[in-house]
Design a protein around this ligand. Structure first.
Ligand code: 5GP
Ligand code: ZN
Length: 110
């Protein structure tokens, strides 16, 4: 684990954070600067820098984010209204925290 990785520190509870969901593999918490009424970050506990760094062994880890997203969307009442799922990849793609995570963004009035 890179010691300077904020999300590793959050995962390891070295930084105070409220988890909306936690299991052995993932944590989910609210984005500190929400871009929408619902803005969750779905974070594998295992440190992977970005989508660029995926290895074949990581497939199930990343694949598991999608059913978790659907579950979190339902729990936060945006499954029917709809939501976006987003991976920012590297600086040009808007990534600021270099620990792979999936944004779940929704809850706009439409
Ligand atoms: P990225 O731009 O890397 O895809 O997304 C990182 C996200 O993490 C940003 O939307 C940012 O607002 C959020 N963030 C940065 N620092 C913290 C923090 O300390 N706590 C939480 N909950 N979110 C954070
Ligand atoms: Zn990390």
């Amino acid at each position: 684990m890179p010691e300077d990785c904020l999300f590793c520190r959050i995962v390891n509870k070295e930084v105070e954070s409220h988890f909306l969901y936690e299991d052995d593999t993932y944590v989910v918490f609210k984005d500190i600067k929400p871009a929408a009424p619902v803005h969750l970050l779905l974070v594998p506990k295992f440190h992977i820098r970005s989508i660029n760094d995926l290895l074949p062994d990581h497939e199930s880890l990343v694949g598991g984010l999608f059913p978790l997203a659907a579950k979190m969307a339902q729990e936060h009442g945006v499954d029917k209204s709809g939501y976006k799922l987003l991976f920012n990849v590297e600086r040009g793609g808007g990534q600021m925290i270099f620990h792979l995570h999936l944004h779940l963004i929704g809850g706009w009035q439409r």
